[in-house]
Ligand binder design. Sequence first.
Ligand code: FAD
Length: 423
Amino acid sequence: MAEIVALVQQAAATGQRIKAVGAGHSFTDIALTEGIQLSLDALTGLQSVNRATGEATFAAGTRLYDIPALLAPYGLAMTNLGDINVQSLAGAISTGTHGTGLRFGGIATQVTALTLVDGAGTVEHVSATENPELFSAARVGLGALGIITSITLACVPAFRLHAVERPEGLNSVLDGLTQRMASVDHFEFYWFPHTEVALTKTNTRSEASPWEHKRVDAGSRPLHPARRFLDDTLMSNTVFSALCSVTARIPQSIPRVNSIASKLTGNRAFADASHRVFATERRVRFREMEYAVPLESLPRALADLKAMIERKGYNISFPVEVRCAAADDIELSTASGRLTGYIAIHQFRATEHTDYFHSAEQIFLRFGGRPHWGKWHYLDAESLQPLYPEFEKFCILRQVADPQGIFGNAYLDRVLLPLPSVR
Ligand SMILES: Cc1cc2nc3c(=O)[nH]c(=O)nc-3n(C[C@H](O)[C@H](O)[C@H](O)COP(=O)(O)OP(=O)(O)OC[C@H]3O[C@@H](n4cnc5c(N)ncnc54)[C@H](O)[C@@H]3O)c2cc1C
């Protein structure tokens, strides 16, 4: 902590900019800087647990994949996660990282307190009762309000997830989508462009003992390691990567390949500890754009995206991912103030993405979409301001927390209102 304070004070005194970086897993340049880049990889681990409240405090650089083992001795778990676990905790909350589930917010909604070093080098401990305005905004702070050094999460008793994954007709999934999302714990689906198939994933929470599966049916057991390797490593990564490389060279083959892929994936049921179901391995390199739209607009936005892909004749090898989240009260959260549906589009790294992403963005914006802060988008402060009722409030708080703009970078210069004193 003292080293971070000294670095920040030195940056402020010399007019340098300083940027914390987590796992570097954002698709945008949000963690890049021409000044000092501060890795928090050495600031990791569990600092304390309040057994009475279930709150656990972690050093900010702790990777999400380390958290389950750190919480296990206390019988606790994070209540929801996104679909990978390599991010740092501070990086994940700072960009509004989320999973799926209409009763569950993004990871930042699990935060009950934070410690950060502000632009003057002052250590601020913030929570709903201590400096609540800064606390609220810093939960999804884009790295603009200070260097976070520790994060307290409201955890829940460890639980299992019962997962059912199966292909379904896209139209039947879109009919009644919002009711379906409301009626289960965690629902998401992947639509394979150029097909009418959606791979649905429904995860149901249970507090059952991890040993219960010995007495019940196969669908309530963890995946056999060989099946996990076949589905999640070989098919979803190795084979998929090879297919992407081939289809990048022969784009006309994509519709046929997608049609075959949509028949080969999915169709399994299993149960396991929550973190082993939420997070998957992603080894194929791609670019991603994700927009948050009001939940009720989700089916129409997806239908428009599908029509646009057909009209423009794009060949898209990657599935489109559709998720949802509860409304929250965080200033720059993509789910701020509204029940939210998420649509994520991807393009293989070797394939040109710009046209497709621009065209999709125009559709998402027609529905009042808000871009994920860590994924591709082309918006600036002027276009973002009307999307967030509390946008100006956030920028004013930034002015107070970091009057010299030392935590700024090119990305923040683009997406936030300028600080009067920033160079
Ligand atoms: C394969 C893949 C899958 C993904 N899946 C999902 C998903 O399921 N759901 C989802 O919502 N997102 C997802 N993302 C996006 C990802 O969760 C976010 O981009 C996240 O911010 C990455 O975390 P990180 O630790 O790499 O942060 P970085 O990219 O390193 O940094 C992100 C921001 O956090 C700031 N930051 C980092 N540490 C600190 C600190 N200590 N104090 C202050 N600011 C800090 C940085 O300055 C920067 O502004 C995915 C990304 C990839 C590559």
